[in-house]
Design a protein around this ligand. Sequence first.
Ligand code: GLA
Length: 662
Amino acid sequence: MRLSHLAYGGDYNPEQWPEAVWEEDVRLMQEAGVNLVSLGIFAWAKLEPRPGEYDFAWLDRVMELLHAGGIAVDLATATASPPPWLSHQYPESLPVTADGVQLWPGGRQHYCPSSTAYRAAAQRLVRKLAERYRDHPALVLWHIGNEYACHVSECFCDESARAFRNWLKKRYGSLDALNAAWGTAFWSQQYSDWEEILPPRKAPTYPNPGQQLDWRRFSSDALLECFDLERSILREITPAIPATTNFLTNFKPLNCWTWAAHEDIVSLDSYPDPADPLAHIDAALNYDLARSLKGGQSWLLMEQAPSQVNWRAQNLVKRPGQMRLWSHQAVARGAEGVLFFQWRASRAGVEKFHSGMVPHAGAGSRTWREVVALGRELRKIDAVLSTQVQADVAILIDWESWWALELDSKPSQAVRLLDQVRSYYEPLYRRNITVDFVAPDADLSSYRLALVPNLYLVRDQTARTLEHFVTSGGIVVMSFFSGIVNEFEHIRLGGYPAPFCNLLGLRITEFAPYALDQQNVIITDAGQHFPCTLWSDVIDLEGAEALAQYGDDWYANRPALTRHRVGRGEAYYLGTRPNEAGMDWLLNRACQAASVEPAAIVPTGVEAVLRQTADTRLLYLLNHGATAATIALGAPCTDLLTDRRHIDSLTLESQAVAVLSS
Ligand code: GLA
């Protein structure tokens, strides 16, 4: 993007307001330091009030006003919410659930991702928009769709069924290959004609897992095709303008590794709940993931709430200072801009109680004052734009494995990928050890420690990548129920986890999932006891050593945590889920083995992240704690936010932020 500062702004929906308000909008935007707005995300009906009849005159005026005010535009393709005429004219464009229920218009995102009518209409609109604004000086970014899959991630209609069959034909080539992949010899499911194949619609009992897993892949790809159809028009007409689409946090339906490769810039919408005292930890995880999706490239916080949202049961406001703190957290973790949903709080529609940068009360409000203060303050830290966040630790996450792990009929439905990822992430977060996320076949050579929570589905290549990492000196920590199936969700035979037995120096012949209230304990080689829950692998050592053993039950004294030295590295395996103290103990041990250091040693509750280049080093400190914290400094530093010099130490009030340059 051609912006000379950190991006600051929000979703701008001028179509909800009389034109008289627009000039005030621009004046207020200037007051707040806004330099980027996401324009017209839900304006399709206004831009094309009747099929093929376009009205761009109002958007021309908005674009001109913004440009004259020095505000750049992230122009939406406006295709996230089709106008009523589309489904009226093409009822088959409406989505259908697995139970056969058609979803009606009246909300938003009411389209079947495979609908040819929707796709054709969306492409027509995008071409018109791109042709009209191709040379507009305000245009710096395209905002394709909006939160793909947020409400409708899959559609089970007949048109989707046809698209699924075509997708499967490309994937398998023959029915024999598909029958083998789906294991259709089970329960008399063998297909003899492509036309017999359907989406996994509501069935009497568990549908075929191969079919379900391919359905997830197909559904992510079907939406990606919608994105790509728009992207290719934009690339043809405006090759120099980058494009993004905004992802959601903790979002399972889209394979974000695949999607991010199709975007120029990753952007993320993040709504941490002010009612949750640990919300900032989950936010940090998602920001690290957003940064990792394009290998460390900076990303945009495309949406966050200035204060409360409208869609939780109780919508708490952000306390004074909290919006500032949480905004800086995104920048600390690699964001090149902070934007909000939305600029001006709506006065009608379901989101009228969602906060806006300009609240209903207008400029005489706390939210507005905080918005203005943040906008001004961000101008002081443009230095972050040339820096990067670096991590020595990688957490491996694979959407296909996530989907497969959480299909039905598993040993335990309580094993959920994000819980497991968080059990690794949180102790590291508390120690201020920065983490990247990596795709299964990523190059791991820049990391010292790779964490593999529950990689249930694994391809041979991933197993080789991890083996190579360890033999070259890396440290791996892997949890139970990894390496269990191949990409078709077929068991890898010969003892679990078959592709990793050599690397880990062990073999598992049985695993014992727990009842929800069941507990055991692990006893470490130094005699510490940590309660554990969820699961126990019954491990036979084949070269590895036990670092902890189970304390109870029929597998008491059997290994619970192991280490295998391989080549120049070490592979740890964890057969259960210890409590947080146990995970902290394990990760601390792994970090020591890998010589991984925290960004800074700071009091509990303070988050520390380094953004750096070869010659700049910016230490971000964020106090999420309820009390002031004093941080000892190794060398004198200047806080870019206050311009104050700190010699030996710095005291940060609760919710305060510092960006230290040494
Ligand atoms: C999402 C959407 C926005 C808006 C906000 C409300 O992020 O993209 O259009 O609905 O939620 O929080």
